[in-house]
Design a protein around this ligand. Structure first.
Ligand SMILES: [Ca+2]
Ligand SMILES: [Ca+2]
Ligand SMILES: [Ca+2]
Ligand SMILES: [Ca+2]
Length: 293
């Protein structure tokens, strides 16, 4: 028994030392040269200003939004004070791939969208500009609202269990492919310029496992505008022609993580492993005292 205990201790100590070595190695080498993806990108500003023509649609590749790893989960209350300053995309009549109906200017209908993630949840923060807020129809797509199209596996196939078209209407209703759902958590706040949608999607609806930095999902955003009741007046789609089908035309969502957050996460895991190792050694020592030699 004593020999077995000694072997166990050696194995545990080796694991702890290897983990420590891994943590030390990540700092200079593992992510060397990586940029800080949470910083605003100048290319995004340029993208917001750009207007696309039909001929450009046919040759351009689809766009991406970088989702920022969140160290602290945001409170889903419609207030974005607890979000980091991360990359955003601007959707308006000049930047949307698809544009239906009439939009007078960015105050009539436009939005800025950010995304964040942790191992359990995918988050979206959408700041919508809309001059008149309307929710008067039974069908959720006939009112002011935001649609998020997600192809979780990024297989460009729209009909798997990883595929969703989540809608959040300005009155707080939530739907998946127009059917009411409680799978997502969403909150709305009305602002001077329009409204804010903050939403959380469980990662279990999108992936079979846990996401990591570098995970890519198919992704697009749709905006409906109703200013006079009845059905919608305008509809924008950031990438693609439909937010529930045609995932092959979606843009992408790229999961990123800042270097300092990655290091902090690894150090927390190592500290946890060390605590468990000490607990195990203590249990083994107690076991040895009650076991006959
Ligand atoms: Ca409007
Ligand atoms: Ca309506
Ligand atoms: Ca899919
Ligand atoms: Ca409206």
């Amino acid at each position: 028994m004593k020999r077995g205990t000694a072997i166990l201790i050696v194995v545990l100590c080796t694991v702890a030392l290897a983990a420590r070595a891994l943590g030390a190695g990540v700092r200079p080498a593992g992510l060397a040269g990586a940029t800080a993806p949470n910083e605003p990108s100048t290319s995004v500003s340029a993208q917001v200003e750009r207007a696309f023509t039909v001929s450009e649609y046919q040759t351009m590749s689809t766009r991406s939004l970088r989702s920022a790893r969140l160290v602290t989960p945001p409170t889903i209350d419609g207030n974005l004070y607890d979000w980091p300053l991360s990359e955003f995309i601007g959707v308006d009549r000049n930047t949307a791939f698809s544009f239906f109906g009439g939009i007078s200017d960015i105050n009539d209908l436009s939005a800025e969208i950010r995304s964040g993630w942790d191992e359990q949840t995918l988050y979206f923060a959408v700041e919508v500009r809309d001059d008149v807020l309307v929710a008067d129809s039974e069908d959720i797509w006939r009112d002011d609202g935001v649609e998020i199209g997600i192809d979780g596996l990024y297989d460009k196939y729209s009909w798997g269990s990883d595929d969703h078209q989540y809608t959040v209407a300005v009155d707080g209703r939530t739907a998946d492919r127009t059917t009411p759902t409680t799978d997502v958590t969403a909150a709305i706040s009305v602002t001077a310029r329009g409204y804010v949608v903050e939403m959380a999607v469980p990662m279990t609806k999108l992936l079979p496992g846990i996401p990591i930095s570098g995970t890519v999902m198919g992704f697009t955003v749709g905006l409906h505008d109703d200013d006079d009741g009845g059905s919608w007046d305008a509809y924008l789609i950031w990438e693609g022609t439909n937010t529930g089908t045609k995932a092959e035309l979606f843009g992408s969502l790229i999961f990123t993580e800042r270097l300092e957050d990655r290091i902090a996460s690894l150090e927390a895991k190592i500290a946890q492993l060390e605590r468990r190792t000490r607990e195990l050694l203590q249990i083994l020592a107690e076991f040895e005292q009650v076991t006959p030699p």
